[in-house]
Design a protein around this ligand. Structure first.
Ligand SMILES: Cc1ncc(COP(=O)(O)O)c(C=O)c1O
Length: 418
């Protein structure tokens, strides 16, 4: 009789990480003579072979400029570019493909809303609610617009665990509140914000909500219709796709009423020197030659993730984070920053007596890639009275053995500085 694999029985849907890793050629690299342990996924994740293959196929057999010609390659590229939009629409469960706008990334998407919505609808004395957990890209565009319009930014505080309190949030609403901007998952701490509840409360007051999903879409099964968010921005390069591509989801009725942020080719129906008539959405917001190859590659990336299953990805990453948290909690002299009840894929920590930059440098000598710094979230650092943290961030292709390698490398750092 063959032995029963009890682990598989307990969790028949578990991710086959060993197999998944064979899709990522870069994970076979050695760095400083050690196997690469890539734990900087929150900054940018790696691309699997099907996405790399899709890029080669496009560049070798499908490339031409889109929407502008009747020849074979242009029609092929246009069809693939629009098919990728539909793939992404399904991936986030948007109602219509015209609600999916290609951008160059999360930052670009948020700027599109700040300029296209904010500059049109915000006035003197109006208020925007943001949280302390925001990345600079969901702060600075709003400051720029607020400055121009005489609007104010009100900030939801966070507690010592790195969580927003819903009562604090509710208490910030006034009759002047015109927009809420909130990150779904904090890139600095990993906190998952209760965005569904936040959106429902804002909607009771007729206030639209923009969600920064840069750190959520790679880790959670995001359904924009279920969340009922008005805008949702994310980046392709954190989602196993290339750099230079991102998505802004927006409800059609809002997008139709917004000003285009950039003017140029493709976003118009007609132009005279007296007057321009804008194209319909989403093209109104896609001026100029777009990132055609990156868009098509992002379509392949979401298909790849979908074939694995976001629920499986989430479950595996939760196991990794739980294991890493337990290991690090047992290490004297190492403190976890951000201990929210609901977290995704991020472990921020400080090693007593060692500057985060030195931790990062020594970990690199062991082949372990983490990020150190303020993570473009300085208000979070200020809240915890830190200049920087060390941040290990996980993807579904990481393993428990890699968590062990991280822990061993931190021990080495402590020895060097001990
Ligand atoms: C939460 C969050 N928002 C926005 C961004 C900006 O993304 P991008 O640089 O791809 O525009 C990041 C990038 O790290 C992020 O983590």
């Amino acid at each position: 009789m063959t032995a029963i694999d009890t682990a598989a029985l307990k969790n028949p849907d578990a991710l086959d990480v060993k197999r998944v890793r064979t899709d990522f050629p870069i994970l076979d690299l050695e760095v400083n003579g050690k196997p690469l342990v890539f734990l900087d996924n929150a900054a940018s994740s790696q691309m699997p072979q099907p996405v790399l293959d899709r890029i080669v196929q496009y560049q070798t057999a499908e490339h031409a400029n889109i929407h502008r010609a009747v020849h074979y390659l242009s029609e092929k590229a246009t069809a693939e570019y629009e098919a990728a939009r539909r793939r992404i629409q399904r991936f986030i469960n948007a109602r219509e493909e015209r609600e999916v706008i290609y951008t160059s990334g999360t930052t670009d998407g948020i700027n599109l809303v700040a300029h296209g919505f904010g500059r049109k609808f915000l006035g003197e004395g109006d208020e925007i609610i943001l949280t302390t957990l925001e990345h600079h890209s969901n702060i600075v565009p709003w400051q720029m617009v607020a400055q121009e319009k005489g609007a104010k930014i009100r900030v939801v505080p966070i507690n010592d665990r790195g969580e927003v309190d819903l009562d604090d949030y509710r208490g910030l609403f006034t009759e002047r509140t015109k927009l809420v901007g909130v990150t779904h998952v904090s890139n600095a701490l990993g906190t998952i914000n209760p965005v569904k509840e936040m959106i429902a409360f804002a909607h009771e007051r007729g206030v639209p909500v923009l969600v920064d999903g840069a750190q959520a879409v790679p880790h959670l099964d995001v359904d924009v219709r279920d969340l009922d968010c008005d805008f949702y921005a994310f980046s392709g390069h954190k989602l196993c796709g290339p750099t230079g591509i991102g998505i802004l989801y927006g409800k059609a009725a809002l997008l139709e009423n917004m000003q285009p942020f950039k003017g140029g080719g493709d976003m118009i129906l007609s132009v005279t020197f007296e007057k321009t008539t804008y194209n319909t959405i989403p093209h109104k917001f896609e001026a100029g030659t777009p990132p055609i190859m990156p868009a098509i590659a992002l379509g392949a990336a979401v298909d790849y993730l979908g074939s694995i299953g976001m629920d499986r990805i989430s479950a595996h990453e939760t196991d990794l984070l739980d294991y890493a948290t337990q290991c690090v909690n047992r290490m004297p002299g190492v403190r976890i920053i951000g201990t929210a009840e609901r977290k995704a894929a991020v472990l921020s920590f400080a090693v007593e007596g060692v500057h985060p930059h030195d931790v990062g440098t020594l970990l690199n000598e062991e082949g372990v890639a983490i990020r150190t710094g303020h993570h473009c979230a300085q208000p979070v650092m200020q809240r915890f009275k830190l200049a920087a943290t060390c941040r290990a961030s996980f993807a579904f292709y990481n393993t428990m053995e890699e968590v062990d390698a991280l822990v061993a490398a931190i021990r080495k750092v402590q020895k060097v500085f001990g």
